[in-house]
Unconditional design. Sequence first.
Length: 230
Amino acid sequence: MGLKNMSLYKESWLLYKSLTEDVNFDIDYYQSLIKGRTLELFAGFGRVVNRLENKENIIAVELEEQFIPYIQLPSDKIYCGNVLDISSNKFGKFDTIFAAYNSFCLLTEHKDIDLFFAMLASVLSDNGKISLSYSDHTKWEVEEGFIELDNKNYKYNSEFTIQTDKGTWVDIFTDEKGNIYKHTYPVKFYNSIDELNLFSQKHGLVVTEVVEHKHYEEAGWKDFILEKAF
């Protein structure tokens, strides 16, 4: 059920951390968003939460065990596991819920997406807000560069495939000896707000706003804001 990629990064997980840890275009946005008791889903190594102020009311959820030690929260505020396992019985209700960096789109199967929105509806307070980051695939471009990690240089490049409602993004790292490490991400596309609402409205959630991150150098980044429909 859900994300079954515990071995996605294997020995190369630090390459993902090095690639993304300086990304900060969304920090001010999430800082202004969070109110009250807050849940971060797909927290990674803490790229967002570690930069936020007043973290005492934040709980972070992350699947990859290797990332947990980097999240700068008390151990009782970190849950290592599948986001689909979150429940109000175990975690209570939240005033703010967010998933950064296009992470909720890693759920590609309809049954898992349905479970995801059911979970969100169950743990969101009546007047709460959900913010789901989304990268518009029509703006995707191949990327390349170099990364230094532990005094070693890696060439980085990306590739992707696009279908109607799904695609795949691949990060490729090549070390000085020619060894190749690939991180492959199947991704679900939402070509319109209506497509997202098809899943969310079944559980009483509706998109009320779309926030465009136009200041970021990579085009197409946005956050969908969802609230309970009364």
